[in-house]
Design a protein around this ligand. Structure first.
Ligand code: MG
Length: 422
C-alpha cells in the first residue's frame, strides 16, 4: 500500500484523545415517550453519524432494540433523518441496494443505497483497474458487485477452476476423474480482487496463489514467480466478526492472513496490496465523509458538516478507524490533504470535517464483561493485535473517545454535546 509510510507515522503519534468513559447511568431519556420533536428554531446540522451495522443495529437477523429507539430520535415526523447518517459496514458479500432495502424494512424509514458503505465501496475510485481482467474472490453476488464497482472484466474462482480442473486438488471428491486437456486459450488474469470471505477457502487460496505465481496464466506455470506480483485489491480486513453465536466468527481478515502467510512461506516475499479498504482504512472514512457531505447538500442544509461521530462495536475496526481518520484530519489541517490520500489515491475533495469521534457500544464484539477488552478499550492494557499486517499496532488508537451501552445512548450523547433536543 502506497500510504503505509504515512500510516505508520500517524500511528506513532498516540494519546490525542481524551477518554470519557460513559456508563449507562445518566444517559437515559428522563422523559421517555415525550417525543423528540425539534423546535422551529433548530438550525441545520453541523455533524453527522457513521453507524456500523452488525453489533450496533443488528445481531445476525435480530434488531437490537436500542437501534429502534435511536432512530426515533434521528428521524423526524416526516420520516426524514434530522442529521446526515451513513451506514458503514465491513460486510461485502451483499449488494448495496439490498442492504439499503433491508435497513429500510427493519427500521421503518427510507434508506438510500448511497447511504450504505460496504467494505468494497471505495473500489469505485480505483478506475485504473476497472478495465483489467480481474480474478474475483468472495461469495454471494460477486460478479454483480464487481460490475457495480466499475470492473468490467471479471473471472470468478469457480470459472477459473472450471477452466483448469487440475488446479483444485484438496477435496478428493472434486478432483477430476480423468485428465482434462490443457488449454491455452484462456486470457491472462491481470489482477486479483478480494471482496470478501469465500466459501471453499482451500480452493480460493490455491487458485489465487496459482494466479499470482504464474503472472496470471495458471495453465502454464512459471519457473520463477514474478515480483512484484499482479496487483491485488482487498476489502474487509476484519479478523473476526459477531453474529448470533456467543463467540466471534472468522472474518475476511482471517482469510487474508492465510493468503499472506502462504505467499510469504512459498516465495519468501511479502504479499503486497494496491489497495486495502473497509474500516479501519482512511479511504473508507474519506468515502463516508464525501457521502455525508453530499447527503447534507441534497437536503439543502447550508451549514458545513464539521464533526463526524462514528459508532461501532469493534475496537479494532470501528474505534481504530475513527481515531486514525481523526488523526488524518488533524494532520490535513496543518499540512494540506494533497499528499495524504490513503492507498495512493489523491483525495477528491478537501475534508471540511474537523473531527471524527469514536463511540464504542457494548452490543457486539466489545463486551464490558470481558476484563481484557475493558482494559484495552480504556487504554490500560495492551490487547492482542487483531488488525491487519499493514496497520501498525497502536493501542492508543483502539481507545474509544466514549464508551456507551448501545447506539441509542450514543445518539443521546452526541445530541447533548451538540446542544440538540433529545
Ligand atoms: Mg460491527
Amino acid at each position: 500500500m502506497a500510504s503505509l509510510g504515512w500510516i505508520a507515522a500517524v500511528c506513532a503519534a498516540r494519546g490525542l484523545w481524551r477518554r470519557v468513559a460513559c456508563t449507562a447511568s445518566g444517559l437515559r431519556d428522563p422523559c421517555p415517550g415525550r417525543g423528540y420533536a425539534v423546535g422551529p428554531a433548530q438550525s441545520p446540522p453541523t455533524f453527522g453519524f457513521l453507524l456500523d451495522i452488525d453489533g450496533v443495529l443488528v445481531r445476525g437477523h435480530r434488531v437490537i432494540p436500542a437501534a429502534l429507539e435511536a432512530f426515533r430520535r434521528l428521524v423526524n415526523s416526516q420520516g426524514q433523518l434530522r442529521v446526515p447518517v451513513v451506514f458503514v459496514t465491513n460486510a461485502g458479500n451483499i449488494l448495496q441496494h439490498g442492504k439499503a432495502q433491508e435497513l429500510s424494512s427493519l427500521f421503518g424509514f427510507k434508506v438510500d443505497p448511497d447511504q450504505v458503505i460496504l467494505s468494497h465501496s471505495p473500489l469505485k475510485l480505483f478506475s485504473q483497474f476497472h478495465g483489467k481482467r480481474m480474478l474475483v474472490s468472495g461469495q454471494g453476488p460477486l460478479v454483480e458487485n464487481a460490475r457495480a464497482l466499475g470492473f468490467q472484466n471479471v473471472v470468478t474462482v469457480d470459472e477459473l477452476r472450471t477452466a483448469f480442473p487440475v488446479l483444485d486438488m484438496v477435496d478428493l471428491e472434486r478432483r477430476p476423474k480423468t485428465t482434462p486437456l490443457l488449454r491455452n486459450d484462456f486470457p491472462a488474469i491481470e489482477g486479483v480482487l478480494l471482496l470478501g470471505e469465500p466459501v471453499r477457502w482451500e480452493t480460493s487460496l490455491q487458485l489465487i496463489m496459482d494466479v499470482l505465481l504464474s503472472n496470471g496464466n495458471p495453465g502454464t506455470g512459471l519457473a520463477t514467480a514474478p515480483y512484484p506480483h499482479l496487483p491485488v485489491l482487498a476489502s474487509n480486513m476484519d479478523l473476526l466478526w459477531m453474529a448470533e453465536a456467543k463467540m466471534p466468527r472468522f472474518g475476511h481478515g482471517t482469510f487474508l492472513l492465510c493468503l499472506e502467510t502462504i505467499y510469504r512461506k512459498v516465495t519468501g516475499k511479502e504479499l503486497r496490496y494496491e489497495g486495502l479498504m473497509g474500516k479501519p482504512s482512511i479511504l473508507t472514512y474519506q468515502y463516508a465523509e464525501d457521502l455525508i457531505r453530499q447527503q447534507a447538500e441534497r437536503r439543502g442544509w447550508a451549514a458545513t458538516i464539521q464533526k463526524l461521530y462514528a459508532v461501532g462495536d469493534n475496537p479494532m475496526s470501528d474505534v481504530y478507524g475513527a481515531n486514525l481518520f481523526h488523526q488524518y484530519l488533524q494532520m490535513a489541517k496543518h499540512q494540506g490533504t494533497g499528499e495524504l490520500g490513503a492507498s495512493g489515491l489523491r483525495k477528491q475533495q478537501p475534508s471540511a470535517s474537523q473531527s471524527c469521534t469514536s463511540i464504542l457500544v457494548c452490543t457486539g464484539v466489545y463486551s464490558p464483561k470481558d476484563p481484557e477488552q475493558v482494559e484495552s478499550a480504556q487504554g490500560r492494557e495492551e490487547p492482542p493485535f487483531h488488525g491487519h499486517r499493514d496497520f501498525s499496532f497502536s493501542p492508543g488508537l483502539m481507545e474509544a473517545s466514549h464508551i456507551v451501552n448501545d447506539v441509542n445512548e450514543a445518539v443521546q450523547l452526541v445530541f447533548r454535546k451538540e446542544g440538540w433536543a433529545l
